[in-house]
Design a binder for this molecule. Structure first.
Ligand code: NDP
Ligand code: PYC
Length: 339
């Protein structure tokens, strides 16, 4: 390993993350839940949502933009609809509270949805998707963020980076999971380019005047771009609607207004949907789930890789070797223990 990186076991990474979060006032059970999400990101080779997020969380805590000891509460909205009020805390504990009810309702009714309201959201969605597919359910998740992204045809930030995540349980295999921002890349990736002093490819963002830019700082100050032009733009609008007004929560523009210049993590809602394959198919579900395997074989058989394949490979490696993070990041994080 070069001097440019610091290697940590997953246990060391977890203890480190917990210590930083607790040092800055986050309370149980949030400390464990939030640390676990970041360690999972680092473990799976998702640096933009790994330990780097400690910097973001500490900033959010210091800005008073997250309730450090929030106690989420749960209510039924209708037979298939579960609502969890995160009470201004991080989304993780609210998700953990609501998951069992989401699963039991999906099993009973064939499909169920969970709205998490009033949460601070800094994380990737695949940990939640995997938690749902682990129960044999097909999963979808959406959340808006802050208004950083111009709609196709415009140049002013309106949408968030608005991830869409999907999971499909597979017999004896990791689930099929994709989880991506509706922008060319997550904002965290551009922030990492800025930290490293690297330029960004064209197509990720525009400057404040609407000109194409390869300067990370200029794109962060201007507007990010959706992937696939009008298609990503429409999907981004869909995320705003599904995980904003539909569940009585904030759009990305409202989240940014609520932020009031603090530059904290987005605040608002998340929508998680679980579908039981047995809902339509009863006892025949297993046979049809097996048939779906031909689709995955068809993809990999011609040399394509499945989304999340890289991530699961990184996970297998990290479980043995631990993780390595840039020394400069490690030193910035270490300073948080004294700050
Ligand atoms: P990426 O572009 O890195 O990856 C998106 C998905 O595409 C992953 O499932 C990835 O699998 C898959 N993928 C990438 N390359 C290929 C390929 N060549 N063939 C097949 N599949 C591929 O993600 P983003 O930068 O868009 O987003 C990163 C994270 O940021 C997400 O987890 C997202 O949830 C999070 N995010 C969170 C937000 C929030 O508000 N909370 C806002 C925006 C983003 P693999 O991982 O295996 O490479
Ligand atoms: O990387 O775009 C992002 C992001 C927003 C909120 C959490 N991650």
């Amino acid at each position: 390993m070069s001097d440019a990186f610091v290697r940590m076991s997953l246990d060391e990474a977890r203890d480190f993350a917990r210590a930083v979060l607790a040092r800055h006032g986050l309370k149980a059970p949030h400390v464990d839940a939030v640390a676990e999400t970041m360690v999972a990101g680092e473990r799976d080779g998702c640096a933009s949502h790994g330990l780097y997020r400690l910097l973001v969380c500490v900033h959010t805590l210091k800005a008073g933009k997250v309730v450090p000891d929030a106690e989420p509460s749960m209510a039924d909205a209708a037979a298939a609809l579960v609502r969890v009020d995160a009470k201004g805390g991080y989304a993780q504990a609210a998700f953990e509270l609501g998951l069992p009810r989401l699963v039991s309702r999906a099993r009973r009714l064939g499909i169920a949805a969970m709205a998490i309201n009033n949460c601070v959201h800094f994380s990737a969605l695949w940990p939640e998707i995997e938690a749902v597919t682990a129960h044999g359910l097909v999963a979808l998740a959406f959340t808006p963020s802050h208004a950083w992204v111009a709609p196709a045809g415009g140049i002013k930030p309106l949408f968030g980076t608005n991830p869409i995540a999907f999971g499909w349980p597979r017999p004896g295999e990791h689930p099929f999971v994709f989880d991506f921002a509706t922008t060319a890349v997550a904002r965290g990736e551009i922030e990492l380019h800025r930290r490293a002093g690297k330029s960004i490819p064209e197509g990720w963002g525009i400057d404040a005047e609407g000109n194409a830019t390869t300067d990370a700082e200029a794109a962060l100050a201007g507007a990010m771009l959706t992937f696939g032009g009008h298609k990503g733009s429409a999907l981004s609008a869909m995320v705003e609607l599904l995980a904003g007004p539909l569940i009585g929560d904030m759009t990305s523009a409202e989240s940014l207004a609520h932020d009031d210049g603090a530059k904290a993590s987005p605040f608002g809602g998340e929508l998680v949907i679980g579908i039981d394959p047995a809902g339509f198919l009863g006892a025949a579900a297993a046979e049809h789930m097996q048939r779906a395997e031909a689709l995955f074989d068809g993809m990999t058989g011609q040399g394509a890789r499945l989304p999340s394949q890289r991530r699961f490979e990184a996970r297998a490696r990290s479980l043995v070797e631990g993780v390595q993070i840039p020394r400069a990041l490690y030193e910035d994080l270490e300073r948080l223990l004294d700050a």
